[in-house]
Design a protein around this ligand. Structure first.
Ligand SMILES: [Zn+2]
Length: 371
């Protein structure tokens, strides 16, 4: 695992790339042994217990919390964003953990194999922290995997967050009915998957006046109504907030200024005494505001979607380990580096420096070819 940590921190992208650094004297000091072959490293990950990695996540959280590195935003509510993430898809190789779907192609229907996991990421004041991930199993839907994740996370992180925020898929009675009695609020995008509720909200909003608001550079009109009863499967009191947002963008192709608009609806259990309309809008956008700080960052810059080993345990281990490395790296970058150093070197630059260190002093030529 220590070797794999270096692979992620240096963002090498494959076990073979890691193996190319094997002659560096760093490895003997770091591992107290030679760097194992790519095959051995891959095989070992099928034996690692995810529980141990999850415990390491908890330790990182606890240290950051004690160090007062996880302050809440101005509205005082820390969100935990639930998000499904699909990794690789293939027609060829599959394993017992693969999900399947039928793809209609010109050559007829084909079975595609893929994996998806649900992650939970804390969002506070200018910081984020990926807490845990849970694979979706064959035969279940994403919400079922999310509930299993919540069952594990709630007792382990009882006071880490106040509200669970998610996209429209999670506007699901199972999520609301699970979290609300356990003292956690829920906030989900309301979309066309709840036509009756959306219709009810729209007709009520037509007869209510809006108030002016602002989200980032967007001028907003807010509507905010509680006491909805058109969602009988949900036991909690339901409030719906709408934000009609208008902003200007300059078009790249001809430099013209264009007005854009978005019409958001959120369904939430958050009481008005706990979260103002503006706070609900901010929390509602949290899922999208973190786009470059969660799995997108891991996929784009950390090669988290690379299939290091196509086996259910290995896939989970690599996911949890990539998340852990990102958390530790971000904590170091934001807390330990002075602002001047951060200005001089972005995160990718630092990763390249780590990688460069590993390759320095290694003889070029055949010795670098993976065995
Ligand atoms: Zn598989």
């Amino acid at each position: 695992m220590r070797a794999l940590t270096v692979m992620f921190m240096a963002r090498l992208g494959s076990l073979n790339a890691l193996r190319q650094t094997r002659t560096h004297r760093f490895w003997n000091g770091w591992l107290g042994a030679d760097l194992p072959s790519a095959d051995t490293l891959g095989r070992v990950t099928t034996q690692i217990e995810a529980a141990g990695l999850r415990e390491m996540h908890r330790q990182v959280y606890t240290r950051l919390k004690r160090g007062k590195a996880l302050p809440p935003p101005a509205h005082c509510l820390i969100a935990a964003v639930l998000d499904g993430h699909e990794s690789h898809a293939t027609y060829r190789r599959h394993c017992p953990g693969c999900l399947t779907r039928t793809i209609h192609t010109a050559l007829g229907d084909r079975t595609q194999y893929y994996h998806r996991h649900v992650s939970l990421q804390l969002v506070g004041a200018n910081w984020t922290l990926l807490l845990d991930a849970e694979p979706q199993r064959p035969g279940e839907d994403e919400v079922a995997a999310a509930l299993r994740l919540l069952e594990r996370v709630l007792p382990r992180y009882p006071r880490a967050f106040d509200v669970v925020a998610a996209d429209g898929l999670y506007a699901d009675p199972r999520v609301f009915n699970y979290l609300y009695p356990r003292g956690k609020d829920v906030l989900a995008v309301l979309k066309y998957n709840h036509p009756a509720l959306l219709e009810d909200a729209r007709s009520l909003f037509d007869h209510h006046s809006s108030v002016a608001g602002r989200y980032r550079n967007r001028a907003c009109r807010y509507w905010d109504i509680g006491g909805f009863t058109t969602w009988p499967q949900v036991t909690a009191p339901i409030r719906i907030v709408r934000s009609l947002e208008t902003w200007s963008v300059r078009r790249q192709r001809d430099g013209q200024v264009e007005t854009q608009q978005a019409d958001w609806f959120w369904v939430t259990t958050l009481a008005p005494t706990r979260a103002t309309t503006g706070a609900v809008v901010q929390l509602g956008h949290a899922r999208w505001a973190i786009e470059n700080q969660g799995f997108n960052e891991l996929v784009t810059h950390w090669h988290a979607d690379h299939v290091y080993r196509h086996e259910p345990t290995a896939l989970l281990v690599f996911t949890l380990l990539a998340m852990l490395c990102l958390n530790v790296f971000l904590a170091f970058y934001r807390r330990d580096l002075k602002p001047a150093a951060r200005q001089a070197a972005n995160m990718l630059h630092i990763a390249h420096l780590i990688a460069a260190e590993l390759f320095v002093g290694i003889p070029a030529g055949p010795a670098r070819t993976p065995m």
